[in-house]
Design a protein around this ligand. Structure first.
Ligand SMILES: [Fe+2]
Length: 208
């Protein structure tokens, strides 16, 4: 089946990630940017299904890659985030990496959580133009690595555990051109429970 992708709801309200990511960024990012990728992916898939020649199909591949990647990456990104615990979100766990298999693996592969964040932020800040930074599991070597992808390319070689969008639309309204400042703050709202779930599925061989 083609062309039937729909916009998933955010699992929290637009302003739930404040003060680290303001509600207006979340509203535009989810309601406009992600929706645009989905609409364009559906259109491209519908055209692909109607295409009758290889040339027509080849002409559609970059649109499918770009918008399909945008849909996959943003769907994962919303789940990667969760409110930091505060007076409103008393039981929320944003930014908290509890003891467990993922914390152990991060210590094993990076030394400490702080060392991992340092490597992630410096690597991801340096992405030229738009792209994504990932904490990802390498199924060949069985270790966690920091990887980046350009544009809206999804991670294909690794299993994504945590992904961070560093397109300017993800931070510009609040952080302006300071990508590094956005990356410093975002760890306050990272959903490590979701990351650990993905890590456990990855090491057990599930397809993510
Ligand atoms: Fe984005």
């Amino acid at each position: 089946m083609s062309g039937t992708h729909t916009l998933p709801n955010l699992p929290y309200s637009n302003n739930a990630l404040e003060p680290y990511i303001i509600g207006e960024i979340m509203r535009l990012h989810h309601d406009k940017h992600h929706k645009t990728y989905i609409d364009a992916l559906n259109a491209a898939e519908n055209n692909y299904a109607r295409a009758t020649t290889p040339k027509e199909r080849i002409a559609l591949q970059s649109a499918i890659r770009f918008n399909g990647g945008g849909h996959i990456n943003h769907s994962l990104f919303w789940k990667n985030l969760t409110p930091a615990p505060d007076g409103t979100h008393v039981k929320s766990n944003g930014g908290i990496l509890k003891d467990g298999p993922l914390k152990d693996a991060i210590k094993r592969d990076f030394g400490s959580l702080e060392d991992f964040i340092k490597e992630f932020n410096s690597t991801t800040t340096a992405i030229q133009g738009s792209g994504w930074g990932w904490l990802a599991w390498n199924p060949k070597t069985k270790v966690l690595e920091v990887v980046t992808t350009p544009n809206q390319d999804p991670v294909l070689t690794h299993v994504p555990i945590i992904g961070v969008d560093v397109w300017e639309h993800a931070y510009y309204l609040q952080y302006f051109n300071a990508r590094a400042a956005y990356l410093e703050k975002i760890w306050n709202v990272i959903n490590w429970e979701e990351g650990e779930k993905r890590y456990n599925e990855a090491v057990s061989g599930s397809k993510l």
